[in-house]
Design a protein. Structure first.
Lengths: 154, 84
């Protein structure tokens, strides 16, 4: 069983380089799905997001979620990188790369990780407005809970 | 003594990142802890006004409100998560 690569960091990441790290030197991978979550400007209203996290628990939760995904979808590799700190509109927040023999597992694995990450990984977003306002914490969405719930059953 | 650690608007409303507290013996579950904290002052009461909106982690693992906290070294209290 492979172990997920998990990183929680302030710095930006290079998705292409992370994919290359997974595929270089091996010939068994038939599919690789890469997901990048970016900071939207919310129709020009938002200047940046402040990402707060629970150090220690954030890594542990991502490892737990990643391990579940590897087991469930027989992934050949999985990388999850989540940033914290101030992230300007247009910048990258999160990277998930899932690799497998066939495409469905790679798509599903990345999707599964994001759905669980949204509701179980201890990160919180605070908005910084373009008008200098700082304050609003982003509210959790019921849709994210529903997205996670659809994986639980079957 | 147990270390309590707060995040996001729970942290802001309480006005501190973390603290060490001696809990009365009557505080047995996460729900008991939230109820106890609301008696410590207005800031706590405001932060924890809606207990259902508060998530609890015991020793960095998600826990239900009815879970026992005996022996916990660190308890995190925070709003629903919004990462990703």
């Amino acid at each position: 069983m492979v172990a997920p690569t998990i990183r929680v960091q302030r710095e930006d990441f290079d998705g292409a380089a992370e994919s290359a790290l997974i595929t270089s030197g091996r010939k068994d991978i038939g599919a690789l799905t890469s997901f990048i979550g970016l900071c939207r400007d919310e129709q020009g209203r938002l200047d940046a997001l402040e990402l707060e996290h629970y150090p220690g628990m954030a890594e542990t939760e991502l490892m737990r979620i990643g391990t579940m995904a590897i087991e469930r979808f027989n992934l050949l590799a999985l990388t999850v990188i989540h940033r914290f700190g101030k992230i300007a509109a247009g910048e990258q927040i999160v990277l998930v790369i899932a690799a497998s023999s066939h495409r469905q597992a790679a798509f599903d694995g990345a999707n599964f990780v994001m759905d669980f990450l949204k509701t179980a990984a201890p990160f919180w977003k605070k908005e910084h407005g373009l008008d200098g306002t700082k304050g609003q914490w982003v509210a959790a969405r019921d849709a994210d809970d529903a997205a996670r719930t659809r994986w639980i059953k079957e | 003594m147990v270390k309590l650690i707060y995040f996001a608007w729970v942290r802001e409303k309480i006005g501190k990142d973390e603290e060490e507290l001696d809990l009365p013996a009557t505080v047995k579950t996460g729900a008991d802890l939230i109820a106890h904290l609301t008696t410590l002052g207005e800031d706590y009461a405001a932060a924890l006004e809606f207990p259902n909106a508060i998530r609890i982690a015991i020793n960095m693992e998600h826990a239900e409100h009815d879970e026992l906290i005996a022996g916990a070294r660190e308890i995190g209290l925070f709003p629903p998560m919004t990462g990703g």
